[in-house]
Design a protein around this ligand. Structure first.
Ligand code: PLP
Length: 421
């Protein structure tokens, strides 16, 4: 085997084709994509409205390098993102290729924002222990996800500093801790606070109370700290709104997106920012020092624009909310039947189930059993430092219909029964 996959000791089945919510292996066996891959394939596979756009774009313009040409495709996508952004506030977008890169660019933009105003000492970041922001060294430095972090601990910055429990501690405890960390570090050294509105891989769809982000943003403004909302997993419809921050009616200074932007059809992610953030950079150096060879790739931009148009035209957010509520309610009912289920939570089609952490190995066994039974679910962690491998995320494509939803639940319950027996 020449291709390196995550586990070097495992032979992975090869996927041969995919359509709608199903992926087929080489033997023709279907797998219901209950995780949208890595919570990305929001329109399912081989969507009949996306494929012609990709083919047409290839005939027209597949690539230009961003420092030599702009493209109508990138401009239209940035305009669409501005129109969808919370309070139409993020009018400037920098395109990259992955969520990790979007976070790296967000960090650099925050650093530059302060540098250009004569405050280069504002270079520290604050994040939460329960978080995952990406695998590149900067993004991993922000992430508390113990499993992904521990091997590189000595090479990482120690940015995660907030321990407060988002679900069980009071808002007062959470904000007091935030202020204490800011004051201990010194606001004059802090560039930004970075947080996932709803914690995904490191928190199993964990969300804070309805007042949390308003209060946190107020504190950020008071101490002159930028707020970066990492919406790589939550953004563009996954939680039933275009942006999860709409649930808190709070406008972040910088927003990162990825996953559902390209929806599995193109590798694309982005860092969006307000006029306030861009203005000093425009006035100062006039250049954001970030970017990659394929940033703003016209093929990816044209594809992502079509993805967003389909979500809008086909009213898919309504389906995300309807099927999400159906699945979540059913899982809550299961709690009475299965003692091993500790918590069910989530919004839209980002639904988390945490199992009893004392039942070591249950998560891995369940994910394997689901796979054998033709269902894909996504692993996530729980516990205060994300050390408990006891969660799964259920995050099927936005297009899932009722019959497929019933099948997802039936396969999940069958798999759970089998591993518990
Ligand atoms: C919230 C969040 N941020 C950033 C990333 C990194 O994105 P990518 O894997 O595309 O680099 C992820 C990936 O899971 C994520 O969930």
């Amino acid at each position: 085997m020449h291709n390196i996959q995550p586990l070097l000791t495992k032979t992975y089945l090869k996927a041969k084709s995919a359509r709608g919510v199903y992926i087929y292996d080489e033997s023709g066996k279907p797998y219901l994509d209950g995780s949208s891959g890595a919570v990305a394939c929001s329109l399912g596979h081989s969507h009949p409205k996306v494929l012609p756009v990709i083919k047409d774009q290839l005939d027209k313009l597949q690539f230009v390098y961003r420092s030599q040409f702009g493209s109508e495709e990138a401009e239209q996508l940035a305009t669409k993102l501005f129109e969808l952004s919370v309070g139409k506030s993020h009018g400037h977008t920098f395109f990259v290729n992955s969520g990790s890169e979007a976070i790296e660019t967000a960090m650099k933009v925050a650093l530059q924002y302060w540098q250009e105003q004569g405050k280069p000492e504002k270079k520290h970041f604050i994040s939460r222990w329960k978080s995952y922001h990406g695998i590149t060294v900067g993004a991993l430095s922000l992430s508390g996800h113990a499993l992904r972090r521990q091997r590189f601990e000595n090479s990482l910055e120690k940015y995660p500093s907030l321990h407060a429990d988002l679900e069980n501690d009071t808002l007062e405890t959470q904000t007091k801790e935030f202020i204490a960390v800011i004051e201990k570090t010194g606001a004059k050294h802090i560039a930004a606070f970075v947080a996932e509105p709803i914690v995904g891989a490191a928190g199993t769809a964990l969300a804070p109370s309805s007042e949390y982000y308003k209060e946190i943003k107020k504190i950020c403004d008071q101490y002159e700290i930028l707020f970066i909302a990492d919406e790589v997993m939550t953004g563009l419809g996954r939680t039933g709104k275009w942006f999860a921050m709409e649930y808190w009616n709070t406008i972040a200074d910088i927003v990162t997106i990825g996953k559902s932007l390209g929806a599995g059809y193109a590798p694309i992610a982005a860092t969006m920012m307000t006029e306030k953030v861009l203005a000093p950079i425009k006035k100062g150096s006039g250049l954001i020092m970030s970017g990659h060879t394929y940033s703003g790739h016209p093929l990816s931009c044209a594809t992502a624009l079509k993805v967003l148009q389909i979500v809008e035209e086909d009213n898919l957010l309504a389906n995300v909310n309807e099927k999400g509520a159906f699945i979540k309610n059913r899982l809550i009912e299961w709690k009475a039947k299965y003692e091993s289920i500790d918590v069910v939570r989530g919004k839209g089609l980002m639904i988390g189930v945490e199992f009893d952490p004392a039942m070591k190995g249950l998560q891995a066994k369940l994910i394997d059993q689901c796979f054998n039974n033709g269902l894909l679910v996504y692993p996530s962690v729980g516990g205060p430092y994300g050390k408990d491998e006891n969660g799964i995320l259920i995050s099927p494509p936005f297009i899932i219909n009722q019959q497929e939803t019933d099948e997802l639940l039936a396969k999940l319950e069958q798999s759970l029964r089998e591993v518990l027996s």
